[in-house]
Ligand binder design. Sequence first.
Ligand SMILES: C[S@@+](CC[C@H](N)C(=O)[O-])C[C@H]1O[C@@H](n2cnc3c(N)ncnc32)[C@H](O)[C@@H]1O
Length: 201
Amino acid sequence: MELSLPVSRALLYELPSIVERLELGRLFPEAQPLEVELGCGDGSFLVDYAGQNPATNFLGVERLLGRIRKLERKGRRRGRTNLCGVRIESAYFLEYLLPPHCVRALHIYFPDPWPKHKHRKYRLINARFPTLAHQVLVPGGRVYLRTDDADYFQQMQSVFAADQRFHPVETSADLAAVRTDFERDFNAQGIVTRRAAYARD
Ligand SMILES: C[S@@+](CC[C@H](N)C(=O)[O-])C[C@H]1O[C@@H](n2cnc3c(N)ncnc32)[C@H](O)[C@@H]1O
């Protein structure tokens, strides 16, 4: 059984500026390595994973207020001091707000697949994404991906294969065992899900 005390500090960080880069020291009580989930939904994955990894700080990025509020509620209830959420669009956040080379891992799980051909330009993992990831990751930092969409999975693999600065790596069993909200639904319906991971140079 998990024993933790509710947290009193707010876990949702209100950005003081959308043009100046974040001061990470203002987000977490402890200076620790940082991992970021893009499109974190209701925070199910992060709340569980942050509990298993108290010596790491976790930041959830989500554009929908209702969903990020769930991260805040769950995280506070379960006493997560190493967890924080921010409401903003992921690609903008990577490009303009995260300081360079400050992230140990990016988690992107079940990003919107935009299945119609004419909408694929809206996908988060596109030809430009490895450059955005490279800009924020520390040397050796990792990108972890999961999706149920076969076509999107193909695209994820091709964009990283085309970038010499990344190479494929395994996802540890401990990490793979922590499922997201959407993943649980897909698994319950018998829908196949796929995962891949890449490390930067
Ligand atoms: C299919 S859900 C998956 C949520 C969670 N990762 C999971 O696996 O349970 C995709 C989430 O990404 C969010 N999202 C989609 N595009 C986004 C973007 N460009 N920036 C921030 N959040 C985004 C959506 O609002 C939604 O909550």
